[in-house]
Design a protein around this ligand. Structure first.
Ligand SMILES: *[C@@H]1O[C@H](CO)[C@@H](O)[C@H](O)[C@H]1NC(C)=O
Ligand SMILES: *[C@@H]1O[C@H](CO)[C@@H](O)[C@H](O)[C@H]1NC(C)=O
Ligand SMILES: [Zn+2]
Length: 522
């Protein structure tokens, strides 16, 4: 599940095309089991999948063993990061990815490889810009603005050292070079939010010779944003809240002078990372049911629930599905860089041709399946606000929980996970989750047990998202539901709406880009 704001932010680099590289196999891994390899020919002779049988093959025991493997993989990053993590990127610029994330990708692909030719497996490598702020400080006059925070993908101040100057107010919103007075040169500029992306304001500041930039909000609260695609003209950029920002702007307008110190120890770097795709070799390739989970974690911890749980749920379903024939193609995805702003799924959808886009009948998102203080949450998708078919998928989840005598709640379908690029591009979507940093209500305690007043996942985005941070019962329940969703659409799309001609469907949340790395927040 992506976090609301990004201090460590990433963005896709400008122009790049999909690079499909062949899988590097076999992996010499300790978790290889000996399984009969299914040939495509044999796949045709297998029994047709049915939901009950597929569900019966899902056990919490198998999920738990996979989670232990994943935790050991996260520990490979200990030397470099000081603790287990499966975050993308690496402190070493020459390394393909973080050891924990690389290990995750290897594990997924090695498990799929054991299934022989049942799946066509491919890796989609894409570039991403990664930014990291080690330390930052802003002083204005004799104050440290309470609401100051570094923008995502900000470059450092010169030589990663503090810079000093007068605080200079920029005209209008700093979207035109002419908004910058000549005093901007060699000083620190204060710019109002609005009209153009933060990246443009930072770039104009650099071109005007400013040492650093401070963008103040138009609302009282802190402004978190990202500079987006790096520019050689970007300067170290902070955001501050509107209340503090307006106070400084007013003083400057009234002719008072303020000095400032800016310090940003930061780094921006381009790396490559990888989505894994696996599509059944059988089934109608023009009518695919697609599902995904994200393979990366945040830097702070091993991400066993977020989203080790979803990644392993769909892996286990992929393994079990391989004993059956399908009528429609089933396509699994393990997205990279979800935590950095939904980058992998954004990239995947952005390079789909119109023809390929239309082959995807729906996309199902499985992010955080086993929160310890869980609620059974269903994304509240509708056909009015989302591509037609999203409501039918939601009904499938509702019907299943009801058939099991389980309670459920609806949660906003607001673009916080990898389904977002799909619904923005006309593909019906939905999914289930068990909750992140939200607080369980008293009502939900009645519905699901657990503890009201606590987060659904008290270890969300923390070091303690480890082996003890999954509820095995919820995990098994939801993985059975995933199996049900896969089996249902693998057999038939009868009654499920055909794709409409609209590739870009109106979407209640179209204007919101708060979870995306590459999107420039204005
Ligand atoms: C779900 O969406 C419908 C339609 O937009 C809305 O009326 C309803 O309040 C939503 N429910 C929740 C729990 O968000
Ligand atoms: C569902 O919620 C009701 C309260 O509305 C509760 O009495 C019941 O035990 C819950 N069912 C399950 C399976 O937890
Ligand atoms: Zn997350």
């Amino acid at each position: 599940m992506a976090r609301l704001t990004l201090v460590t932010a990433l963005a896709l680099t400008g122009s790049s095309s999909a690079l499909q590289i062949p899988l590097q196999l076999p992996f010499d891994t300790p978790w290889t089991s000996h399984r009969h390899v299914v040939t495509a020919d044999e796949a045709g002779k297998l029994p047709l999948v049915d939901s009950e049988t597929l569900q019966s093959k899902i056990s919490s025991h198998a999920l738990e063993s996979r989670s232990k493997v994943l935790y050991d993989i996260a520990r490979k990053a200990e030397e470099e990061y000081g603790h287990p993590t499966r975050v993308i990127g690496s402190a070493d610029a020459h390394v393909f990815g973080g050891p924990g994330h690389d290990g995750t990708i290897s594990y997924i692909t090695s498990v799929l490889a054991e299934l022989g030719s049942y799946y066509d497996v491919s890796s989609q490598v894409f570039p991403a810009v990664t930014g990291h702020v080690s330390e930052s400080r802003l002083v204005i006059g004799d104050e440290v603005p309470r609401s100051a925070s570094p923008m995502g993908l900000t470059p450092p101040t010169r030589d990663n050292e503090p810079v000093y100057g007068d605080l200079i107010l920029v005209g209008n919103e700093g979207c035109e070079p002419s908004d910058f007075p000549s005093e901007a040169e060699g000083n620190i500029v204060l710019i109002k939010r609005g009209t153009c992306p933060f990246g443009t304001k930072s770039e104009n500041s650099g071109k005007a010779g400013a040492l650093a930039a401070v963008v103040y909000n138009t609302d009282p609260e802190v402004v978190h944003g990202t500079l987006g695609t790096p520019s050689p003209h970007h300067v170290a950029t902070f955001g501050i809240g509107g209340e503090e920002g307006e106070k400084y702007a007013k003083k400057l307008r009234e002719g008072e002078s303020l000095d400032a110190i800016a310090y940003m120890d930061a780094e921006v770097r381009i790396i490559t990372t990888t989505n894994i795709l696996a599509q059944t070799s059988g089934g109608d390739p023009d009518n695919c049911v697609m599902l995904g989970a994200h393979s990366d974690s945040v830097a702070e911890g091993p991400g066993i629930n977020d989203d080790g749980s979803g990644s392993l749920s769909i892996l286990e379903v992929a393994v079990q599905l391989a004993s059956f024939r399908v009528n429609n193609c089933v396509r699994f995805a393990w997205w990279s860089a979800e935590e950095e702003g939904l980058l992998g799924s954004d990239y995947y959808v952005s390079v789909l041709s119109e023809e390929e886009n239309r082959k995807i009948r729906l996309f199902m998102d499985y992010d955080m399946m086993a929160s310890p203080n869980y609620a059974y949450q269903i994304y509240n998708a509708t056909n009015e606000e989302n591509p037609t078919g999203s409501a039918e998928l939601k009904e499938l989840y509702v019907d299943w929980y009801e058939s099991q005598g389980l309670n459920y709640t609806f949660i906003p379908f607001d673009g916080r996970s990898d389904y977002d690029a799909f619904i923005r591009n006309g593909i019906p979507g939905g999914g289930i989750a068990t909750g992140a940093e939200g607080v369980k209500t008293k009502d939900e305690e009645e519905l699901f047990g657990g503890k009201a007043g606590d987060w659904y996942d008290p270890c969300y985005h923390q070091l303690c998202d480890d082996l003890s941070n999954v509820d095995l019962e919820a995990w098994e329940v939801n993985t059975k539901l995933i199996a049900h969703s896969v089996a249902t659409y693998a057999v038939s799309f009868e009654g499920f709406p055909k794709r409409t001609d609209e590739l870009v469907k109106r979407n209640a949340y179209t204007g919101r880009t708060k979870y995306h790395g590459p999107k420039l927040v204005v």
